[in-house]
Design a protein around this ligand. Structure first.
Ligand code: IMP
Ligand code: MG
Length: 179
């Protein structure tokens, strides 16, 4: 496997996250915002998006497993790490790296709704087009991409490539040898 075509550049991500952060700042002014990052993939989006949110926001994280080391979703979502705090009455914004089958998000929304937050919205950097998924209301969307397996900006293949500063398609072929 190797790094293929770049779908979203570092610069495109930077300006999109600034836009999304500005929108979040407007929408949540005067409210009690808790941003919830879904680990591990969302850790980079969370860090960069959060710095464009000019509000006294709090942070929490959940870790869920969906893929294992394979590139196709299993449909089984397991909570590996739950929130540290209660969210009843809080304005919760889930931060995701990518929406593919939507199964992870669908599960998370159902799981968090029963805890009675004041509001529950979603911000996702990437949404895959051409994928059948349950109807999901994604309040803050970054980019729509074709239904290919991508890496970078938090997204991994078998645990690697999360630190690429852009989003690229993963290609079949020999591993790239660092020079
Ligand atoms: P979904 O449940 O199918 O929507 O997938 C959700 C999770 O699967 C994401 O949060 C990612 O961690 C992972 N994922 C989905 N598509 C990709 C991809 O193209 N590359 C890497 N990880 C992905
Ligand atoms: Mg993953």
């Amino acid at each position: 496997m190797r790094i293929g075509k770049v779908l979203v550049t570092e610069e495109q991500i930077r300006s999109k996250l600034a836009e999304m952060g500005a929108a979040i700042t407007e929408d949540y002014r005067g409210r009690d915002l808790l941003m919830v990052g879904i680990l591990k993939g969302a850790f980079i989006v969370m860090a960069d998006l959060a710095r464009h949110v000019e509000l006294p926001v709090e942070f929490d994280f959940m870790a869920v497993s969906s893929y294992g080391a394979a590139t196709k979703t299993s449909g089984v979502v397991r909570i590996l790490k739950d929130l540290d705090q209660e969210i009843e009455g809080r304005d919760v914004l889930i931060v995701e790296d990518i929406i593919d089958s939507g199964l992870t998000l669908h599960y998370l929304l159902r799981n968090l709704e029963v805890r009675k937050p004041a509001s529950l919205e979603v911000a996702a950097l990437l949404v895959k087009d051409g994928v059948e998924r349950p109807p999901l209301d994604i309040r803050y969307e970054g980019f729509h991409i074709p239904p290919e397996f991508v890496i970078g900006y938090g997204l991994d293949y078998a645990g690697r490539y999360r630190n690429l500063p852009y989003v690229a398609v993963m290609e079949e072929g020999d591993e790239e040898v660092p020079t």
